[in-house]
Design a protein around this ligand. Structure first.
Ligand code: ADP
Ligand code: ADP
Length: 229
């Protein structure tokens, strides 16, 4: 399991409008670092930079000491599993979507991941494909159902680095607790970036960063942050 480091990261989607202003932090190998903060603070941007949807404009991000720009896209994406806030699925079966990135997975493994993410019933309901189409042949999935597919995919992939970007935000409360426990278990021993909107869900994180307007305004473990407020 590698260490992930953000070193003086500056980033703007549009010139003249910087989003992250020289951010530095480390996720030690096998630990969880959580990021909380108001909407628009730049939390999701952090996860997009680590996954290289975008590249930093200044500073660098390293995995095991290596700049991620020097790693091939394929090996970066093998090393990292991301549950984004909004998942876009392939227009194919739920099983196909779960196994994407793990084409060697057995039916049993796929079903096990689907069960953990509470999306198992959908596999049985739509075995032939076109599960995500909107329209006559398709089964339209809700935001929460898509999120559960993304969670199952990441559980099955089981990579050394995990990113959970408000990974259970679209779930109904009946599913939320159980699935949060699955994600916590999956994060054990993995280098994990958790983006959360409640401080109370990240009590066990190694470090919590409070991000506001692209800057780390507070940092510490849960107890230390409670003492500050
Ligand atoms: P958070 O996750 O903390 O809510 P984000 O990282 O999603 O914040 O967004 C930080 C800022 O970047 C916001 O002001 C948002 O409007 C802006 N932003 C996000 N994505 C884009 C984009 N693709 N193009 C331009 N601006 C963006
Ligand atoms: P909340 O709204 O409850 O703050 P979010 O939906 O914003 O939660 O995202 C936090 C997610 O990160 C949860 O789904 C949780 O399961 C996941 N997670 C994974 N590992 C941990 C961990 N060690 N501590 C807290 N949350 C974790």
């Amino acid at each position: 399991t590698p260490t992930v480091r953000f070193e003086n990261v500056r980033f703007a989607y549009e010139a003249e409008r910087p989003i992250l202003h020289g951010l530095s932090f480390e996720i030690p190998a096998g630990k969880t670092v959580a990021v909380v903060g108001p909407s628009g603070a730049g939390k999701s941007t952090l996860s997009r930079l680590l996954y290289r949807f975008y590249d930093v404009q200044e500073g660098r991000i390293t995995i095991a000491g290596q700049d991620i720009r020097q790693v091939t896209q394929a090996s970066l994406r093998r090393a990292i599993g991301i549950v984004p806030q909004d998942t876009v699925l392939f227009n194919d079966s739920i099983a196909f979507n779960i196994a994407y990135g793990r084409t060697d997975a057995s039916q049993e493994e796929i079903e096990q991941a689907a069960r953990a993410a509470h999306i198992h019933n959908f596999i049985a309901a739509q075995p032939q494909g076109y599960a995500t189409t909107v329209g006559e042949r398709g089964l339209k999935l809700s935001g929460g159902e898509k999120q559960r597919v993304a969670i199952a995919r990441t559980l099955l992939k089981d990579p050394p680095i995990l990113i959970f970007d408000e990974a259970t935000s679209a779930l109904d409360s009946a599913n939320e607790r159980a699935i949060q426990a699955e994600l916590r278990a999956a994060a054990q021993g993995k280098t994990t970036l958790v983006i959360a909107h409640r401080l109370s869900t990240v009590v066990d994180a190694h470090e919590i960063l409070v991000l506001d307007a692209g800057q780390i305004v507070e940092r510490g473990n849960h107890q230390q942050l409670l003492a500050l407020n």
